[in-house]
Design a protein around this ligand. Structure first.
Ligand SMILES: *Cc1c(COP(=O)(O)O)cnc(C)c1O
Length: 424
């Protein structure tokens, strides 16, 4: 499928007059359309709830839009909990799906009334010692081990992942938690990441639903919800077929009716913790070509770098690039699109066929709405960019300002040298 930006060249030329590149731009219209589609796809399940994975895009303005549709927050750290609380998402609207959890984070999650999802059997005692009791509602994260396959395709490798408990530990945990006073139980699993297939959720659901029936029978606990977590992917490359959320929702419904309903478990709520699927396509990184360099390869240097988008450097991830205004020009130039970090992996694209790029051209790097800005860092003293929202009415709202040197030096404020740096 042809990938087209959600913003036009004319719109961008207006935006850059006020907000210099680079910046992340988000698409309110797309975000709302997708959120509605997700809700509709799971409307068959009475208790259905999406808990947006805050780590994917920790911006209160964007999460507030999702909140209008009843979306909660999936948090895994202290500051993510703070962000949720600040936008009025508290209590069971928070899923605290954390791992290797520090005591103060459990304490804060409990204070907010969040649902706590335990990553390990040893966390039962740790939690009890930290907060003094076991909450009435509690969830456990499952990891069956082995490889996660769909047909013969290996989707991911749970056996090699640090998350979750084994089957035996899960049964044991439920028994212990029940003894300690827990009343309502949840099961959570995240077995494959960025799946671009409509089969992942239904397959995961089948594993978890069958497990839930066994758990309920063997331990006598009441299972309130099953959390399918994240993992629904997006088509980063033009040749990938996008997931069809209606088909995914329907696939889960069929497994539900086949496994849970006959077991008398037709009251189980389905939860999701999607991040990438919710925001990924509805954000892009806008950057400007500032240099061209002809050495052993052809380079275009842009004003963004891996600090603004780490996925290509970290995973070799593909992000589609549109050279604005040159959509219909043949892609007959082979470029490395590079940032300015002193790291050779700071490249948004390698050997990418693109139209001829001239200095001053605006480049849209697609699908940066999730795990984009949020993975940013400050290597080489580079500053994080602004985030902007392209609203439904076509206007643009600043939803996070760009960092300044004062932000970068802020943690020296308790030293004399800090005073000097922060004055400038
Ligand atoms: C990262 C994460 C998610 C979201 O994953 P996506 O791939 O962005 O959908 C959900 N739940 C947990 C526990 C996570 O760590």
């Amino acid at each position: 499928m042809k990938k087209e930006p959600f913003v036009t060249k004319e719109q961008l030329e207006e935006i850059v007059k006020e907000y210099p590149t680079p910046f992340h731009l988000y698409d309110e219209k797309g975000l709302r359309r997708n959120m509605k589609a997700l809700k509709e796809a799971f409307a068959w399940n009475k208790g259905y709830k999406e808990y947006f994975a805050v780590k994917a895009t920790p911006n209160p303005f964007l999460i507030n839009i999702l909140k209008e549709y009843g979306c909660g927050c999936d948090c895994s750290s202290y500051t993510e909990l703070m962000l949720s609380e600040a936008i009025g998402v508290t209590g069971e609207d928070i899923m605290f799906s954390s791992n290797d959890t520090p005591a103060e984070e459990f304490a804060y999650a409990e204070k907010l009334g969040a649902i706590i999802n335990l990553d390990d059997i040893t966390h039962i005692d740790f939690l009890e010692q930290t907060i003094g009791h076991i909450p009435e509602t509690i969830s456990c994260r499952y990891n069956p081990g082995g490889l996660f396959k769909i047909s013969n395709d290996i989707m991911d490798n749970p056996g090699d992942s640090k998350y979750g408990m084994t089957t035996e530990q899960l049964f044991e945990s439920f028994k212990i938690l029940k003894e300690k006073g827990a009343k309502e139980f949840g099961i959570h699993a995240f077995l494959a990441s960025n799946t671009v297939t409509n089969d992942y959720y239904p397959m995961l659901a089948k594993i978890l639903f069958e497990l839930a029936v066994k758990l309920q029978m063997e331990t006598g606990v009441h299972i309130k919800f099953i959390n399918l977590s994240g993992g629904i992917g997006i088509p980063y490359t033009p040749d990938q077929e996008p997931n069809d959320i209606r088909m995914i929702g329907d696939g889960v419904r069929r497994v539900y009716e086949e496994v849970l309903t006959p077991a008398g478990m037709g009251d189980v709520a389905i939860y999701t913790e999607l991040g990438r699927f919710m925001m990924g396509p509805y954000g892009c990184l806008v950057t400007k070509a500032i240099h061209e360099k002809h050495t052993h390869k052809e380079y275009v240097g842009v004003d963004a770098c891996a600090v603004n988008l780490m996925r290509p450097a970290m995973y070799g991830a593909y992000h589609h690039i549109t050279v604005m205004g040159k959509e219909d020009i043949p892609c007959d130039h082979k470029y490395d699109i590079a940032g300015s970090l002193c790291e050779n992996n700071d490249k948004f694209a390698i050997d990418r066929m693109l139209p001829k790029i001239d200095k001053g051209d605006l480049l849209v790097i697609h699908d940066t709405g999730a795990h984009g800005f949020s993975m940013g860092y400050n290597y080489n003293g580079k500053l994080k960019s602004a985030e902007l929202l392209l609203k439904e009415d076509g206007t643009v709202q600043l939803i996070r300002r760009a960092e300044t040197p004062a932000d970068y030096f802020a943690t020296f404020d308790c030293f004399d040298i800090g005073k000097k740096l922060l004055e400038e």
